[in-house]
Design a protein around this ligand. Structure first.
Ligand code: SF4
Length: 191
């Protein structure tokens, strides 16, 4: 039996790795940066994600023997705020699973959308917008002049090319995580 799900997870992870490199390069060129220890974007109660982008996290949980516990946690909680968030964590941010965060988590702050004129516009957080006004202005100028910037819908299209069904629908983030765990557990249950 081929490892179809694992192949998809590896393909998603490869997109994540490529995106992380693109964002690092964009940050390097623009000096845009998150405040140390911030993580405020993760407190938003309306973050939506696809199942596919949380398959790497779900698979990691399975490998660690934590998938069942997280399935219970995501099934029983009615929190609208991401359950991966650890508000008491010290460090660069508050994500307790930074290496396994989803696509939306990676894109937010350092990616662009395409406006109705076909121009790329940076989508970033209100704190960066308020505190890094000059850098934002310069970044948008550089983007107009051709500076490569990750474009959100292009990354979602890349996910769709891996698995259209698992990347088509957006769910509240904890539901997306739960569905990803269910997918991984059911895959291994029937192997
Ligand atoms: S997975 Fe991590 S980065 Fe994404 S919303 Fe949750 S806590 Fe924030």
């Amino acid at each position: 039996m081929t490892d179809e799900l694992v192949n998809k997870i590896n393909a998603v992870q490869s997109i994540f790795d490529q995106l992380d490199r693109a964002i690092a390069s964009f940050q390097n060129e623009t000096s845009l940066h998150c405040q140390w220890g911030c993580g405020k974007c993760c407190f938003k109660p309306d973050i939506e994600a696809t199942v596919l982008e949380f398959l790497p996290f779900a698979h990691h949980l399975y490998q660690q023997g934590l998938a069942e516990a997280w399935l219970t946690k995501t099934s029983e909680s009615d929190s609208a705020v991401c359950l991966i968030l650890n508000p008491t964590q010290s460090g660069a941010g508050l994500c307790s699973q930074y290496a396994h965060r989803g696509l939306i988590c990676r894109l937010f702050g350092y990616a662009a959308r395409t406006n109705k004129y076909g121009e790329k516009e940076l989508v970033t957080c209100s704190i960066i917008k308020t505190e890094q006004v000059d850098q934002i202005e310069k970044a948008n100028e550089k983007i107009k002049l051709g500076l490569p910037v990750p474009v959100m819908h292009e990354y979602y299209m890349q996910l769709a090319s891996i698995d259209f069904d698992l990347s088509r629908d957006f769910f509240p983030i904890n539901a997306a995580i739960r569905k990803a765990i269910e997918k991984v557990l059911s895959y291994y249950a029937y192997r």
